[in-house]
Design a protein around this ligand. Sequence first.
Ligand code: WTA
Length: 662
Amino acid sequence: MSSEASEKIESVLKETRLFPPPAEFVEQAHISSEEKYQEMWNRAKDQPAEFWGETAGNLHWFKKFDTVLEGEMPNTKWFTGGKINACYNCVDRHLHTWRKNKAAIIWEGEPGDTRVLTYQDLHREVSKFANVLKKLGVTTGDRVTLYMPMIPELAIAMLACSRIGATHSIIFGGFSADAVADRNNDAQSKLVITADAGWRRGKEVPLKTAVDESLEKSPSVEKVVVVRRTGAEVTMVDDRDYWWHELMEDVSADCEAVELESEHPLFILYTSGSTGKPKGVLHTTAGYLLGATMTSRWVFDLKEEDTYWCTADIGWITGHSYIVYGPLSNGATTIMYEGAPNWPDEGRFWEIVEKYQVNIFYTAPTAIRAFIKWGDEFPNKYDLSSLRLLGTVGEPINPKAWMWYYEIIGGERCPIVDTWWQTETGGCLITNLAGITPAKASWATLPLPGVQPVLVDEEGNEAKPAPTADGAVITSGNLCMKAPWPGILRTTWGDHDRCRQTYFSTYKDLYFTGDGALRDENGNYRITGRVDDVLNVSGHRIGTAEVENAINMHAGVIESAVVGYPHDIKGQGIYAYIIAEGVKPEDEERQRQNILQTVTRIIGPIAKPDKIQFVNGLPKTRSGKIMRRILRKIAEGQTDNLGDTSTLLDPAVVETIAKGKV
Ligand code: WTA
């Protein structure tokens, strides 16, 4: 560990301030005491079938399941024999209650246009679009790609897919045509749903054009549905491309939700790992939905009258679970915002909080760090007193950002939940509970019921507690899970062995998260970050191998090595060391720009390196392995004391690289 990294951890370990939830909050919370939490946690551990069997009563079942859990990780099956539909749970079941005319989705477009869909409205739109899907030949079991802006049609399309049992694969709008094609091919998608373009900081993001390009390389796609959003000019191909609004004109609003097996594939979501190829994480219907539903209720303490806003993009897991499935299954009111936080100015989020009197606000540390940089005057201009609970997700939150969030946004009144989880976990696993767990700045704190974390050393032995310099006793290790939970990933699409190898083979009988963590004497966890070759850039997961592959596609690049380095706003920045054929110093800048363009074309702008250093050689061991540890240190700015370089093929190369640091 670098001295900078260990200093950071030390300062976090000294963090002894605890922030107990205010008494008024505790009184009304769903889980209202530490004893209650302990009782639930113990029961979920000792009697999982009973605990989850009962908890599953919070969902609507067409037919009750016979067995709660079958099999061992990674081959678990939950709620077998049951018949269920996620869309029915998120929409139809509320129609039989007073929620029928409650706002389900409050949407705000970036230009300021707004739409509100009640549960009844949502039911109509979803049913109609489900009929459109059927008309276009989509049936239960087919895969459908969604590459859309944050508009209500995205939620409608997701729910319409789940209504008829089609498996959706949502691709974040920031990915390139090539990335869309790869994902279409892997999932063998039959249909793509997109928009003419989306809005981002007042500019149009040409989604349909990217889809057109992707289809040249993804032949499984037969048809495309296009939402008219910005009015951008697009090419429509006869018998392939259809306008959403035209299709919706002549379909009925009557479409029964299909009764599906509990383990029916609900969605695929591609995510990065330590290899070059993103994996299609598969979640199935009942287990995932139960996780999303219960964690929304437990963690965010969702109440009937709350206006809840998660600022994520639905293209990532956070948006799947905590904008759409979790909140809607609970019958909540969820806000969806289309655009950037700094458009038309840096106060946009706070304007939205005031306008809709948001009660629960869930965002990412990278956003919080950007808000700090933009200045307090933006939040201070707005009335944020409606807020009662704040949340963060996606990366470790540093104490400074945590305190700012607590004081400036939460007015020292709102508990903060620091929720740790992953695409693969479906929903939150480790987090404080708003009503009961005292928050500890930058600690995710405790495991939810049904979650059994364990910290292990490299060999897989349980890590031992050790005293730190300032008197704390801390256990440090790689974070694993001992037991399955309903929302655990079931497979990686089309390659179950890859799933087994990636997550379940590093340590025997454990699910390995890829994260490192610390545990204090009271059982609180602090996630310290990835221990594999996965970067977390502005909360986006990006594999170093993926970026290297993209860079290597550029003509003239011989080899590259990508590492992360600490970045004030993004959490981690991308640093690329590149060996390129005959780059003269005067050509370096042009070459850099060209490489950035290549990365944008192959993956998307989110994967563009922040720094590129041209080098003549990379530090390799005699067996040819790149010593990333050394490259990481140099990227972090630590150019002396680089550790043992004696095993390197050519130790001199390190010095040259360190001298040329950008
Ligand atoms: C990181 C996002 C620290 C972690 C839901 C994990 C966090 C990866 C936290 C998953 C948190 C997520 N504290 N780190 N509260 N939440 N992470 O799949 O490294 O996009 O493995 O899921 O984000 O990213 P993913």
